[in-house]
Write a protein that binds this ligand. Structure first.
Ligand code: CU
Length: 285
């Protein structure tokens, strides 16, 4: 009987823990600030999973508690060995499994593919779109803009100071990314973007920032000894400030005259010849 109470106490504690964790997720207090137009779509999926899991966890605990009390060891009550292979158990198991599958997996699959199709794989078009080529390397971020001719891999490309990405507010930004050496991953929690960079592959993603400010770019793939210091800065500026900044870069292409610039020369920096012709094979036109 004592063991039974111990278990009940443990189960209740576990449930309270789950609720408080989910509470933080559901009401947003554990999420980083969202500065992107579509970040809430990612949050919606996480919050949905939190809510359903808390409900199911509560039901499972309630069932366990009920069975513990209902079938507890007591005088005049004999335990019966049950193999569990009766038809009714098989049907109950299949029904439970399908309930979980259709209420969690199928729903989040539906939400995710809807968001991918309507937003994340639906690349913006038009003159306003800012295009950036991004080449992570051990242990820095090389960032390139197309320059006045709008074409990449030409002599007027603008190379930003190492690891300093600047983007205008309220403007779609498409990034094409390919690493110089090993696998890295571009991670800006406030944009709700975490994207792997895979050698030999150009990966495309886009976002639109809706709040100015400076945010950290973290590499989220363990990429070597210096992984911990592979950080960059994302500066979201007003459109006028961005244009002014870009013009300055034309004049001083690589002078790193930026208060946030990485002055650590150990990263070396990539050759100025890096970059590629913009990959139009992605669904963009
Ligand atoms: Cu890295």
């Amino acid at each position: 009987m004592l063991d039974c109470f111990k278990f009940l106490g443990f189960a209740v504690l576990l449930f309270l823990g789950a609720i408080s964790t989910a509470h933080a997720g559901i009401w947003g207090s554990s999420f980083p600030e969202d500065i992107s137009l579509h970040g809430h779509l990612i949050d919606d999926v996480i919050v949905y999973i939190d809510k359903v899991l808390v409900i199911f966890f509560g039901l499972v605990l309630a069932a366990i508690i009920y069975f513990i009390i209902r079938y507890r060891s007591r005088p005049g009550h004999q335990a019966v060995y049950e193999t569990g292979n009766k038809k009714v158990y098989v049907i109950a198991t299949i029904l439970l499994g399908m309930t979980v599958f259709f209420s969690i997996d199928a729903v989040i699959e539906h939400m995710s593919f809807r968001d991918l199709k309507e937003v994340f794989w639906n690349f913006p078009q038009g003159k306003d779109v800012v295009k950036i080529e991004l080449m992570p390397q051990q242990f820095a971020w090389n960032i390139r803009y197309a320059g006045p001719d709008g074409e990449f891999a030409t002599s007027d490309d603008i190379i930003a100071p190492l690891s300093q990405m600047h983007v205008p507010i309220d403007t779609p930004v498409i990034v094409q990314m390919s690493p110089l050496d090993v696998v890295h991953a571009f991670y800006v929690p406030q944009l709700r973007i975490k994207q792997d960079a895979v050698p030999g592959k150009v990966t495309t993603f886009w976002f639109q920032a809706i709040k100015t400010g400076k945010y950290e770019i973290a590499c989220s793939a363990l990429c070597g000894n210096g992984h911990y210091k592979m950080r960059g800065n994302l500066t979201v500026m007003s459109k006028a400030d961005f244009d002014a900044w870009l013009n300055e870069q034309t004049a001083q292409a690589t002078s790193a005259d930026d208060p946030w610039a990485d002055t650590d020369s150990s990263t070396g920096g990539a050759s100025k010849d890096w970059g590629w012709k913009w990959q139009s094979r992605v669904k963009e036109n």
